[in-house]
Every structure is written in C-alpha cells, then in structure tokens.
Ligand binder design. Structure first.
Ligand SMILES: Cc1cc2nc3c(=O)[nH]c(=O)nc-3n(C[C@H](O)[C@H](O)[C@H](O)COP(=O)(O)OP(=O)(O)OC[C@H]3O[C@@H](n4cnc5c(N)ncnc54)[C@H](O)[C@@H]3O)c2cc1C
Length: 472
C-alpha cells in the first residue's frame, strides 16, 4: 500500500521517532486553534533540517501523498488542519528552530521557519535591534507561519506586515528542490519576485524553510495614551493629525468601541473602564521615539492639546509608566477574550481603505441592525491600517448558538457585500485557509482567480501542497 510504503520511507529519511502516527501523538496537530476544524492525518512528520524537508517532499511526490505544512498551529482560518480523509500528512516545521545568522550592519536576522516569533524578537533585542512584528500569539506562532499568512499585528502602521519585513526566503518546492533565496538585499530587480509568491500563499506553493528578516533600531522610549472620541470619523481626523505631528514616531493606532471595553470590564473585573464618563470610541495610540521619553511626552502634550482645541478628542490619558502602558495594551488584548467569555459570535477580519472606515461602520451597522435587531457590534482593530475586527454578538439574553444558526450566513453576506462595495478585503490578516475559500472565490474577479489557478498549476501540478486551502 502506497501510504505504508511512504511512511516506511519517511522513517528511513528522518528517523522513526519523528514520524508520528499514534492518535495520542497526532491529536494536537489535527485540530485548529479555534477548535473549529478537526481533520485526520496518516502521520505528522517532524523534520529538523531543510534537507530533511526536501527529502520528505520528494517522497510525498513519489507516493502522491498530500502535505499540510504547519508551524505553531495558531492560524485562525483552518489553513494548517488536514482534511478528514486521513490520506494527508501534516509536516510540522517546529524542529527547524535555529537562528542561522544575525548581521547588525545589514540589519538582518536569518532564521529557520520553526523559530517562534517571540524568540526572533529576543534575539534581535540582544543584538540591540528591533524585530517589530508583534501579535498576541507571538509566544506560539512561527516565522514560517507568519510569512505564509503574511501576518499583520500591531506594528504594521509603522513597519509594514510580514511581507515588508522579509528580504529573502529558502523554500522547498513541491518537487522537493531546495531554492536558496536567502539574500539580504534591499534592491534586486532581476526578474519575477519569487519570494513574494510564497509569502501569504498559506503553504499551497511550497514549504518555507528559512528567511532573512529585516531588523530596525530599538526605540529609546515608548509612550502610550488613550484618547476618547465621539465617532470613527473623529478617530480618522485624529489619525491624520497624529500623523502630521508625530510622523514616523507613530507605531500604534488601535480603535475600540465603547461596547468592547464594557465587555472587557464585565468579564475581567480588574480591568476598569479608563474614563470617568462613557465615550463612543476609544483610541489607543503609541509613539516610539528614537530620542528620549521626554521628547515623546512633549510631542504627546502638543498633540493632545491640539486635538482637544479642535474638538477631535473628548478626553485623554497618557500612561505615566510602563505598568500603565501595559495596562492600556491589556485592555485592547482582552477584547477577544471577553468576547469569547460572552459567548459564540460571528467574526470578520476585514480591511477597507482607511478613509472609508467611518462610512463602512455606519452603513454596515445599520444594515445588521435591520436584519438582526438587537445584535451587539464588537468593533475594534488596527485603524491605522484600515483593518477592523468587525464582530457580531447575539442580542443580550439571546441564546448565542440559536442566533448563529439563524443569522451567521445573512450577516456574513451583509458584511462582505459592504466590504466589497467599499473596495475592501474580506481577509485582512488571517488568510483564507479553508474558512474563507468560497467567500474569496465569490468576491474575487474571475481573472484574479484564473491567474491564481495558473500559478498553482505551474508550481504544484499534482496538487499535493496543502490542497483545499486558498483555492478549491
Ligand atoms: C490569540 C491570537 C492572536 C492573533 N493575532 C493575530 C494578529 O494580530 N495578526 C495576524 O496576522 N494574525 C494573528 N493571529 C493568527 C496567527 O497567529 C497568525 O496567522 C500566524 O502568522 C500563524 O503562524 P503559525 O506558525 O501558528 O502558523 P500555522 O497556524 O501553523 O499555519 C498557518 C498557515 O501557514 C501555513 N504554514 C505554516 N508554516 C509554513 C511553512 N513553513 N511553509 C509554508 N506554509 C506554512 C500553514 O499550512 C497554514 O496554511 C492570531 C492568532 C491567535 C491565536
């Protein structure tokens, strides 16, 4: 049987201890982080080097076994979960966990795909540099997963998403060849940009085994503040003002509706509402200053005075110290947790042009209010990137499961139609995986889908690289 022969060959290639088949051992790899999908796998393969990855991919091609690459398994779109057939094998990259090189003069770090994001941050810091990718899953997600989903997070406004933080890749192609594209170049116009094809491909075009990542200077100081505003429109005007006063010092600009913070207060008693009076919208903003804390605070004072004078901001509080700054970020990071405590909800990770955010929220809130009276909107996100987590909670006292059964599909349609009408994206950060594969096909232009299919067919004619993800 080809599966038996495949597994025997895998054991020869990487050692029996690293070919997991016992259901107890494979269980953590076949369910996604949200527990939305559970698949089955003929094995979980755990190579330790790029050469071992190449050997396994070659065997998979020979035996026609589909591979599902997996890093930290924190993805939110089911991209790293195998299907239910039991015919696919998960290939976990976590043992590829070496830092190969740090080059402070080139401002680069070269790491293998399985290195945990928080480890990259630590290594950069030890070298006096900053690796600015930061997200709540940073203690578990891997660089390979970050690249494959083109992850965003809180620093995108200033430093860009993972694509913009990557200079070079090493990749195993679906045929098992190893491409060494680990060049730390900022300029390289020598034809098609292959690197960019693999970034955000969710493991459907090949397996990333290592990457050269960009480092930045460590800021001398970070200062955080909360500002209270009357509407998302006011938040946009405040963003424009902040950018004109703080320029590149602005590294975070997060929007949270009043209801988000009330939910946090309801489920986490120690996290109090940060203002004496209620306000419709709260912005968390952060400046990272290369000069000094005093310089950042002076700038903040000027910014807040100007914003208050112009009537953009209703109230503001600047963190006095690191602990208070941490407490502000905690409020933001506890919104998804509070939502989970409140019960099942309908999640959307969407992007629209920044200038359209206010109109999008108004129009979509109104349409949902009409279709599902009493639905509670949990709207927060990276306003500076035009990226909202636009989530819908059942009306107070209504059974969440029954609400989802009745309203999930119509609400998804309302939200995604509105995103489309505003020329936005139905997946800003989390990718398509298996979760949004049909929605993407629905909203993308036919010509876009055709070009994607041509690429997939050219790279992976046997359709063995994470089939059933991104494209059907
Ligand atoms: C609490 C929490 C907060 C989060 N916050 C954010 C956020 O702010 N911004 C954001 O963008 N995401 C966020 N995420 C989503 C998730 O952390 C990111 O998508 C992350 O980049 C996934 O990395 P991973 O190593 O866990 O990848 P996995 O989940 O293992 O895989 C994700 C996808 O990449 C593919 N893949 C993994 N490794 C490789 C490889 N080496 N080569 C080829 N393909 C590969 C998989 O097949 C899959 O399709 C969050 C998740 C959680 C749980």
């Amino acid at each position: 049987m080809t599966q038996t022969a495949f597994l025997a060959a895998c054991r020869d290639a990487i050692g029996a201890a690293h070919v997991l088949t016992d259901p107890h051992d494979t269980a953590p790899y076949i369910t996604d982080w949200r527990r939305r999908y559970t698949g089955a796998a003929c094995a979980v393969l755990c190579p330790a080097t790029s050469a071992e990855v190449a050997a396994l991919v070659t065997l998979a091609a020979e035996h026609r076994i589909a591979l599902v690459p997996q890093g930290g398994n924190t993805g939110l779109a089911g991209g790293a979960t195998p299907d239910a057939s039991g015919a696919q094998a998960v290939i976990s990259l976590r043992r590829l966990n070496r830092v190969r090189d740090i080059d402070p003069h080139n401002n680069t770090i070269t790491v293998e795909a399985g290195v945990i994001l928080a480890e990259v941050q630590k290594h950069a810091e030890a070298a006096g540099r900053l690796f600015p990718l930061s997200l709540a899953a940073e203690g578990s997600c891997t660089i390979g997963g970050n690249l494959s989903t083109n992850a965003g997070g809180t620093g995108v406004l200033r430093y860009g998403n993972t694509r913009e933080l990557c200079l070079g890749l090493e990749v195993v192609t679906p045929q098992g060849e190893l491409w060494d594209g680990l060049r730390g170049l900022r300029k390289d116009n020598t034809g098609y940009d292959l690197r960019d094809l693999f970034i955000g491909a969710e493991g459907t075009l090949g397996i990333i085994t290592a990457a050269v990542l960009k480092l930045h200077p460590q800021p001398a100081a970070r200062v955080t503040a909360l500002a209270a505003l009357a509407s998302p429109h006011a938040a946009l005007d405040f963003l424009a003002l902040t950018q004109s006063i703080a320029g590149p010092l602005l590294t975070g600009f997060e929007l949270m509706s009043d209801f988000c913070l009330r939910l946090v207060g309801r489920h986490f008693e120690q996290m109090r509402y940060p203002f004496a009076e209620p306000h419709a919208q709260i912005v968390l903003l952060e400046l990272s200053d290369s000069e000094s804390e005093a310089h950042a605070r002076t700038l903040f004072e000027h910014l807040m005075e100007t914003a208050l004078e112009r009537g953009l901001v209703e109230d503001a509080v600047v963190a006095e110290n690191l602990a208070q700054s941490r407490a502000f970020w905690n409020l933001r990071e506890h919104i998804p947790l509070a939502q989970a405590e409140e019960g099942l909800n309908i999640k959307h990770d969407i992007a629209v042009p920044i200038s359209r955010i206010g109109h999008f929220i108004e129009a979509t809130d109104a349409a949902i209010g009409e279709a599902a009276p009493g639905a509670r909107m949990v709207t927060f996100g990276h306003l500076g990137d035009g990226n909202l987590h636009y989530n819908v909670q059942a009306p107070e006292g209504v059974d969440a499961k029954a609400f989802l059964n009745e309203y999930q599909s119509p609400i998804n349609r309302i939200v995604y139609d509105s995103v489309h009408a505003h020329r936005g994206s139905i997946s800003a950060e989390h990718g398509l995986g298996q979760l949004k594969i049909d929605e993407a096909a629905h909203y993308k232009q036919d010509v876009e889908v055709r070009m994607m299919r041509v690429l997939k067919q050219a790279f992976d004619p046997l359709n063995l690289m994470n089939p059933g993800k991104v494209l059907r």
